[in-house]
Design a protein. Structure first.
Lengths: 138, 113
């Protein structure tokens, strides 16, 4: 059992079969992954509790991260390339645990928005709509 | 066009066919440092610009005009990225005072005994 620090985590993007690290990430999150269910309650269900059952499908959700955006940086251009030229892309997140555990994922679509404020650096938010599921470590 | 990969920590993306330029380590596939691979022009520009590769033929050299400019800074930034060096620790990294972090997030210097 360990409390894994985030410092040292590396997120990598595929460029022509090569997984290369994305620079200047400040935070990341995975959300929306869930196994789907359907309501299975019927009139003759006993008790007050509604019944649910698995559909057999799971939603992969999305993987989002924020960066200090450098428009001249090759790695950041590789992300915006996915907006201008849509394509699936493989990603990898390598955690900072002692074993260097990693999870893989494939994005089907990419959202990219950037913001500027007088009292802050240029930032961008990247949202990956996942195709299938994250390859969780097991 | 062809590029030469210059790092040993470049993973192989899922779906890529096995090749002699890949090695297996820790249950994963990695590109061999020094491997020469064929890539499209945009990938060439990105991987060379990111400090992962160098042009390996005239076509790639032409696509990455000026790639040697500020190369030392690019490679240093790429190394810091691979090691997950925090922005506030970058100057210390440049001064050789730290090379990374231990499992608890404490700064370490692998060059020190």
């Amino acid at each position: 059992m360990a409390k894994v620090k985030v410092k040292g985590t590396v997120i990598k993007q595929e460029i022509a079969s090569v997984l290369t690290a994305v620079a200047q990430i400040t935070e990341f999150s995975s959300s929306g992954a869930e196994s789907e269910t359907f309501e299975a309650t019927t009139i003759d269900t006993s008790g007050a509790g509604k019944e649910y059952a698995p559909t057999g499908y799971s939603e992969g959700g999305s993987f989002d991260f924020s960066i200090f955006y450098d428009p001249a940086l090759s790695g950041h251009q590789a992300i915006t390339d996915l907006v201008t030229t849509p394509a699936e892309c493989n990603w990898d997140i390598t955690f900072a645990d002692t074993g260097g555990s990693n999870s893989t994922m494939t994005s089907a679509g990419v959202g990219f928005s950037f913001t500027g404020a007088m009292n802050d650096g240029l930032k961008a938010d990247v949202s990956l709509k996942l195709d299938q599921l994250i390859g969780y470590t097991t | 066009m062809q590029i030469k990969l210059i790092r040993s920590d470049l993973g192989v993306a899922a779906g890529a066919a096995d090749s002699k330029d890949m090695i297996h380590r820790d249950g994963r596939r990695w590109w061999r440092c020094g491997a020469i691979i064929d890539v499209p022009q945009r990938a060439c520009e990105i991987l060379v610009g990111n400090g992962d590769a160098e042009p390996a033929d005239e076509e790639a050299e032409a696509a990455c005009k000026g790639w040697r400019d500020k190369r030392a800074a690019v490679l240093e930034s790429r190394e810091m990225l691979a090691r997950g060096i925090e922005p506030e620790d970058r100057e210390a990294f440049r001064r050789g005072e730290l090379t990374g972090y231990d499992a608890d997030g404490n700064s370490i210097n692998e060059g020190e005994e």
